[in-house]
Design a protein around this ligand. Structure first.
Ligand code: PXL
Length: 277
């Protein structure tokens, strides 16, 4: 069985970060170790939240794992709580990188043109450095804009997206995947760029009328799970984007669907069918 470690917060209520990554990646048949970066009462889109930072746990946990000679087929980071944590993760990447494993960074810090409440532009620049240490990165357009300095736009064309992908690749990752890319009303999708082959690839699907928090984490978790099931990045994009869209669809059609996150749970059987599991 493949084993990955995912490093992100626990939002106790909120259907994001670890409470999404753990069930999804585990359901995809992959052992999912975790490093919680912080414990929050809810995610930060609620009007208030508590937050216990766990930066001081990262080093002792990884030092113990080294003594146990543990290794990982992938390291996947999401929402991080501090610049100090980013520095610690750069060191962790160097310590746990092998010839075969995959380092995936989702720079979960912004959406809709704005940074999340806990972050500033200095944090975004630091996150760009972490992206430079990864094999694959999964930003949305807002995050890409903060990391590359390219102006954020709501309306754009293919040239803008390609310019952004090339600027992201310059940070250092081999494969860059931009989420939430929409060229036509009623559709949205994901565009990736492989800096080794020079290939761009766009996958597009129906855009549902509603959006929810945590869907970036659903996409990234599914993407990592699919990569660990031996899919290539283009196949992994499709599985992850289709599942994320289905999660939105089932939530919209649930009269009890809640605003703060999607019903990813009820869509898991369909995900496993798509994976042929
Ligand atoms: O990636 C979404 C996310 C994760 N963790 C926390 C958040 C958010 C989005 O707002 O606040 C704590």
């Amino acid at each position: 069985m493949k084993r990955i470690v995912t490093v992100q917060d626990i939002s106790c209520v909120g259907k994001c970060s670890l409470t999404v990554a753990l069930p999804i990646i585990s359901a995809m048949g992959v052992e999912t170790a975790i490093i919680p970066t912080a414990v929050l009462s809810t995610h930060t889109m609620f009007s208030e939240f508590t937050c216990k930072d766990l930066t001081d746990q990262v080093e002792p946990i990884t030092a113990h794992w080294k003594r146990e000679k543990l290794d990982f087929d992938a390291i996947y980071t999401g929402y991080l709580a501090s610049e100090e944590q980013i520095e610690l993760l750069k060191k962790m990447f160097a310590d746990f990188k092998t010839e075969k494993n995959l380092i995936v960074v989702d720079p979960a810090m912004a959406d809709n043109g704005k940074l999340y409440p806990a972050f500033d532009e200095k944090f975004a620049k630091k996150m760009a450095e972490l992206c430079g240490c990864a094999d694959m990165i999964l930003p949305n357009i807002t995050e890409a804009s903060f990391m590359t300095g390219i102006e954020y736009r709501e309306k754009y064309d293919e040239a803008y997206v390609k310019e952004m992908l090339l600027a992201l690749a310059k940070l250092g990752a081999k494969t860059v995947i931009l989420t939430g890319v929409s060229f036509k009303e009623g559709t949205t999708g994901v565009m990736g760029y492989d800096s080794v082959t020079g290939e761009f690839h766009y996958y597009c699907h129906t855009k549902h009328a509603k959006s929810y928090h945590g869907t970036g984490d659903v996409f990234s978790s599914t993407f990592v799970g699919a990569m660990m099931n031996e899919l290539n990045w283009k196949e992994a994009i499709k599985i992850a984007a289709d599942y994320t869209a289905e999660c939105i669809y089932v939530t919209m059609n649930d009269k009890d669907g809640c605003w703060y996150g999607v019903n990813f749970e009820t869509a898991i059987p369909g995900l496993l069918k798509a994976l042929d599991k």
